[in-house]
Write a new protein. Structure first.
Length: 676
């Protein structure tokens, strides 16, 4: 191997310092777009090139398989030969944890070929345990209980370590009793779930110091990507493994810690200097992605957070365009504005693939999807389904179809056991056989089998109630507006309550989507017109090729970058999201602000931020005030676009005419606006 250092030539001074500081603990605070992956991979290459360690003495952990593969490819490219990483412990937390666990599985009562259950298998297993214990899975949904169990595992807690301070919800005591049974059943099945991979590692390390010593001394160098996203179990696992050589390098950005809702603990990165007293900190602040105006806005917003280590992004790029801020009347006008701007950018030969819309909540995508379909702008929804493809929307539409089209067997099959009515395959097959034999619909077959007494037991009771509902719905469908009809259907079936009982962020998003669907129905004279519209939307084929606008949530955008970024819905209650403020107080606001920072720093060249005077929230029009984050952006970095918005508030003057600073110093609050 030639002893040259050409691989260091492309690094700036801060990056070079981070690569060459190989002794002791190192925290690399890598701001957005500052080349953290280059630092991480070059550091690995430097360690191997300078023979400070062999490949098998290096542990590098990431959060995704994609990041791990990219890291391997980059290191191999830097060193110039494909076997450079052979023997290296490089992979995700789960992959490395599984590798260690398989070597010592017998300690946990497993064999080395244990199975790893996915989320569906976990729910099925927990449900069977609940049923054996005589518990009603409708009263306490297994998914909510599993969420609590996984939260404890993320905290590094076995059932024996869960105490009163960890019993934070109404279902905690039930979850704890099931946690013990669930772990015992996993052991009997010679299986574990993803949470166990690190949890069992922690147990082995704590109970068998000699095993911990073996690994801690083996890994001369430990490198961690996205350290701000680690949970407590991952944090403890890393601390234990770093006890041997103390050469741990964590790369991350406390300002981009946005996954608190799934267990990430920003405190892990904030306490790094306390955990490793002689640690060195290197700040990567030179940004290679965005213009000065965009970076100034991002820095000014995130500076309002108190729980951060601090850094200021800068760039050598030319100033570029000011950030464009637009006020609109409502969501429809917001989608119209964004659509017109995208059409203009198209005429300027800007690729659609370099344009994205980042929303705070999934329900916001519908207005943009509808508008783009009308304009013929190809788009994709990243990290999720298109609005009308989502499970909860398909379920709700199926109920509407059945209420107005009784012979719709596909809709009947979709909703017959959603929410659960205890209908098994045998009962459904019985309905099918009778319907085929008499050439009638499943609904008609249901009524006949109920009348002649062929349906028995629990199925007869639940299907009898459904049959009565179906008859009633057909009658009221003639009297109610489409949105009123859907509200009644979702209420009477318990469909909304089913998602409320889950008590998870995902379930809350589904409820918001259903509320948005109810709002959408107001645009149609009858259910038939709406169903025709949905059919046409679902039939629209994606444009050929990859040149299409991306729509995604802010959470899904982390790690991505685009030439042009639209950030809609910057209003109090939408962003920052009211639920986050209510549930986490000050910590929630700081995480929301970090989310704003992530959104702003996705843009390379053009950034649009919009806010609406009115939003339809839970079927009521509300006047809105702009997000507090807008006030935090310096005036010299923004261009407030002209607006035709004119509307009165309780205080008299037009709210949006007063300027952002005056808005936030005024005493005005939410004021209901009458429906059109």
């Amino acid at each position: 191997m030639e002893d040259n250092n050409e691989y260091l030539n492309n690094l700036n001074p801060a990056q070079l310092e981070a690569v060459q500081a190989t002794d002791g603990a190192l925290l690399v605070l890598a701001g957005a777009g500052t080349g953290k992956t280059s630092v991480l991979t070059t550091r690995i290459a430097h360690i191997l090139r300078t023979r400070k360690a062999f490949a098998g003495q290096v542990l590098a952990v990431t959060f995704t398989n994609k990041a791990a593969k990219e890291m391997v490819a980059r290191v191999q490219n830097l060193l110039g030969y494909p076997d450079a990483t052979r023997g290296m412990w490089l992979g995700t937390f789960h992959a490395i944890g599984a590798r260690i666990l398989r070597a010592h599985a017998e300690i946990m009562g497993l064999t080395s070929n244990f199975s790893i259950l996915d989320s569906d298998d976990q729910i099925r297993l927990l449900k069977s345990i609940m049923e054996e214990a005589g518990m009603d899975v409708k009263t306490i949904p297994p998914k909510a209980l599993m969420g609590q169990i996984q939260q404890w595992k993320d905290l590094g807690l076995t059932p024996e370590k869960v105490t009163g301070t960890h019993m934070t919800t109404m279902i905690s005591s039930t979850a704890l009793s099931l946690y013990k049974s669930y772990q015992a059943r996993l052991k009997n099945l010679n299986a574990c779930d993803f949470g166990d991979l690190l949890l069992h590692n922690l147990t082995i390390f704590q109970q068998h110091p000699a095993i911990l010593q073996e690994y801690a001394q083996r890994f001369h160098y430990i490198l961690v990507d996205e350290y701000q996203d680690t949970n407590v179990a991952q944090y403890l696992w890393l601390r234990l493994l770093a006890m041997g050589n103390h050469n741990i390098c964590c790369v991350g950005d406390d300002d981009q810690s946005i996954y608190g809702w799934r267990g990430a603990e920003v405190g892990n990165i904030l306490r790094f200097e306390k955990d490793y007293p002689n640690a060195q900190i290197v700040r990567l602040e030179q940004n290679y992605r965005s213009t000065p105006h965009i970076l100034a806005a991002a820095s000014a917003v995130i500076a309002q957070n108190s729980n951060r280590l601090g850094k200021t992004l800068w760039t050598q790029k030319p100033e570029g365009e000011l950030i464009r801020i637009k006020s609109v009347w409502d969501g429809y006008e917001e989608a119209r504005f964004v659509g017109e701007e995208i059409e203009y950018l198209q005429r300027e030969k800007i690729s659609l693939a370099q344009i994205t819309i980042l929303v705070r909540a999934g329900f916001q995508t519908r207005d943009f999807e509808e508008r783009f379909l009308n304009l013929g702008i190809p788009y994709r929804v990243i990290g999720g389904l298109r609005f009308y493809e989502r499970q909860e929307i398909r379920d709700a539409v199926a109920y509407l179809r059945l209420a107005t089209q009784p012979r719709d067997d596909l809709a009947f099959e979709r909703i017959i056991n959603t929410p659960r009515r205890g209908i098994g395959k045998a009962t459904l097959e019985q309905l099918h056989i009778h319907a085929r034999a008499h050439n009638i619909s499943l609904t008609e077959s249901l009524h006949i089998l109920l009348n002649n007494g062929e349906l028995k037991g629990r199925a007869r009771t639940s299907l009898g109630a459904l049959a009565i509902q179906l008859t009633n719905w057909r009658e009221i469908a003639k009297q109610l507006s489409p949105n009123e009809l859907l509200e009644k259907l979702l209420e009477e079936t318990g469909y909304i309550e089913m998602w409320k009982a889950e008590k998870t962020p995902e379930a809350q998003g589904r409820i918001e989507n259903l509320r948005e669907l109810i709002r959408a129905l107001e645009e149609f004279p009858d259910v038939g017109a709406f169903l025709e519209h949905v059919g046409l939307v679902m039939d629209t084929e994606k444009a050929a090729g990859d040149d299409m606008v991306s729509i995604m949530t802010l959470h899904a955008a982390k790690g991505l970058e685009f030439d042009t970024v639209f950030l809609p819905g910057w209003e109090e209650g939408v962003f920052p999201h009211q639920r986050s403020l209510d549930e986490k107080a000050g910590g929630g606001l700081e995480e929301e602000r970090r989310l704003a920072y992530v959104g702003i720093t996705r843009a390379r060249r053009l950034l649009y931020i919009s806010y609406a005077a009115n939003r339809r929230i839970y079927n009521q029009w509300q006047s809105s005030i702009p997000s507090r984050f807008l006030r935090e952006i310096p005036e010299e970095n923004i261009d407030i676009l002209d607006s035709d918005v004119r509307f009165a508030t309780a205080a008299g003057p037009a709210l949006f005419q007063k300027g952002i600073d005056e808005i936030f110093s005024s005493s005005e609050r939410y004021v209901p606006v009458k429906s059109y």
